[in-house]
Design a protein around this ligand. Structure first.
Ligand SMILES: Nc1ncnc2c1ncn2[C@@H]1O[C@H](COP(=O)(O)OP(=O)(O)OP(=O)(O)O)[C@@H](O)[C@H]1O
Length: 256
């Protein structure tokens, strides 16, 4: 197994000067291996987004290290880490530029981690490829290639965000409740697309979800966070055996 990302003793202490200091991440140890698709569960405030923020560099750790591909990136800025790590957020508005067209957004994604200038020639060269990718989704996105992303439906916009996050095959894909704002049918379609993109491109992925069924159905590994700590880390066979009642029980035991 090849480690893609390792967090050692990852701790984040919050001090607001009024309350007692609080560990919102508490000595987290996590090794994500190449090809892992890990579903991440935990109650509200358990530290799931904080863990993602520590991985992307949005938040710096109080102590501990983050290693990517064998290189220590604990002090690497978020913009630099973005060359290796993609994230899709819950809010469909977060992943795309609203005034840019669908194809311009996709060109921007092709430049991820590199220079930000967009050339007309490049757009022309990649136009057919972009349209082909969009046509694979099956939600009509390919008919809106020259529309501003802000005019798309939430489902189309989130599918575009997912395409953009996976186009350049990031070392690590982070999905932060990316289906939560969609209606049940659209959420199911996006989840199917997500799984296809991950399998086809052999991506390594962490997916935060509150949908227990998705956490069980997808991925080869499951972690459960509580109060900034990893309470459960189930690998392939253990996860395969896990049932919904088991999971609900774990949840109840870990919640106050
Ligand atoms: N920058 C910050 N400053 C102070 N407290 C923070 C900060 N970021 C997160 N927290 C606190 O840390 C705890 C964990 O928050 P986090 O957003 O990671 O939880 P979560 O598991 O993602 O929850 P949810 O399911 O509600 O999204 C919460 O109590 C939150 O209020």
């Amino acid at each position: 197994m090849t480690p893609v990302l390792t967090i050692q003793n990852g701790t984040k202490i919050i001090q607001n000067g009024v309350d007692e200091p609080r560990n919102i991440l508490n000595k987290i140890n996590l090794t994500i291996n190449k090809g892992d698709f890990i579903t991440v569960l935990g109650g509200n405030g358990a530290g799931k987004s904080t863990l993602f923020n520590a991985i992307t560099g949005t938040l710096s750790l109080s102590s501990g290290t983050v290693t990517l591909g064998g290189n220590d990136m604990t002090h690497l800025r978020e913009e630099k880490r973005a060359a290796y790590i993609s994230r899709v957020f819950q809010d469909p508005k977060m992943g795309t530029a609203p005034r840019m067209t669908v194809e311009e957004n996709m060109l921007l994604a092709l430049h991820r981690g590199k220079k930000r200038t967009l050339k007309k020639r490049e757009l022309k060269e990649n136009r057919d490829y972009f349209k082909e990718l969009c046509a694979q989704i099956g939600n009509g996105l390919e008919r809106h290639m020259t529309s501003p992303a802000g005019n798309l439906s939430g489902g189309q916009r989130q599918a575009l965000s997912l395409l953009m996050a996976t186009m350049t095959k990031p070392d690590l894909l982070l999905l932060d409740e990316h289906t939560a704002a969609l209606d049940p049918k659209t959420a199911r379609q996006l989840m199917t697309l997500t799984n296809e993109r991950i399998q086809e491109n052999q991506l390594t992925c962490l997916m935060i979800t509150h949908r227990m069924e998705d956490a069980l159905t997808y991925g080869n590994r499951l972690i459960l966070l509580e109060k900034g700590e990893i309470k459960l880390d189930l690998h392939a066979q253990e996860k395969a055996k896990l049932t919904l009642p088991d999971l609900l029980l774990f949840f109840e035991e870990t919640e106050d």
